[in-house]
Design a protein around this ligand. Structure first.
Ligand SMILES: CC(C)(COP(=O)(O)OP(=O)(O)OC[C@H]1O[C@@H](n2cnc3c(N)ncnc32)[C@H](O)[C@@H]1OP(=O)(O)O)[C@@H](O)C(=O)NCCC(=O)NCCS
Length: 197
């Protein structure tokens, strides 16, 4: 999604070395605090040099009722940030959420931090009785973490054909119910530009 944008993912550099993988046990994942703002403001332009996601991130951070905001730290330095927005599905009683944006600082990428932050967020959402998590992003990445292409729950805006397969979801907990309808997102996400190339 722009918030894990398929286009950004397409620009991902797959040639980074593996040798400097960190020990994941140094990673601490915790709720974002007000004092993290400067580090988050610095992180997004590094992770997304071609798009400005900070207005969206700021808007979501200002709304702690709908947004779960997690940071991943290594030796107290912020290496990554993940946002999960609580949503609904029109005509359905399901508690849903939208994953994104997700950013890991370039120096820390491909060391498991993004995956660990997603897993931590999914656990938090499950504890909050969220049954369905949607994401718009590269299936090659999110598919590894249990996301599958979603066709019954629609994104808030129609997506271009080139993003076929990028709209995905994952059920949480024991949920077996089939949800159908449009994802109902809070105003921060009601910007068509966030859903278009
Ligand atoms: C995408 C991002 C959040 C992933 O976080 P990360 O900590 O680097 O990823 P992880 O270490 O958890 O996962 C690494 C694995 O996923 C793959 N991967 C990582 N980023 C990927 C991407 N954008 N697209 C496809 N695959 C990706 C890697 O190939 C790697 O697998 P491998 O090492 O076995 O080859 C991070 O690279 C980032 O912030 N990128 C720039 C911003 C961005 O694109 N955000 C959108 C997220 S889709």
């Amino acid at each position: 999604m722009t918030h894990s944008s398929p286009r950004t993912v397409a620009a991902y550099n797959n040639n980074q070395p593996y040798s400097d993988r960190i020990m994941l046990e140094k990673l601490e994942i915790r709720d974002c605090r007000r004092a993290d703002s400067a580090a988050i403001e610095s992180l997004y332009p590094q992770a997304f040099p071609e798009e400005n996601l900070l207005p969206l991130v700021r808007d979501l951070l200002n709304d702690p009722v709908v947004a779960i905001s997690l940071v991943g730290t290594i030796d107290t330095r912020i290496a990554g940030h993940a946002l999960f927005t609580k949503c609904g599905v029109v005509g359905d009683s399901v508690n849903a959420a939208l994953l994104g944006p997700l950013a890991v600082a370039p120096a820390w990428q491909r060391q498991g931090i993004g995956s660990a932050m997603i897993c931590a967020g999914l656990r938090r959402l499950e504890d909050a009785d969220v049954n369905l998590v949607c994401v718009l992003g590269d299936p090659a990445y999110y598919g590894r973490l249990g996301f599958l292409p979603e066709s019954l729950v629609e994104p808030p805006f129609p997506l271009p054909a080139e993003w076929d397969g990028a709209w995905q979801s994952q059920k949480l907990g024991e949920t077996t119910t089939i949800c159908e309808g449009r994802l109902s997102v809070p105003p921060q996400w009601l910007q068509p530009a966030l859903w278009a190339p």
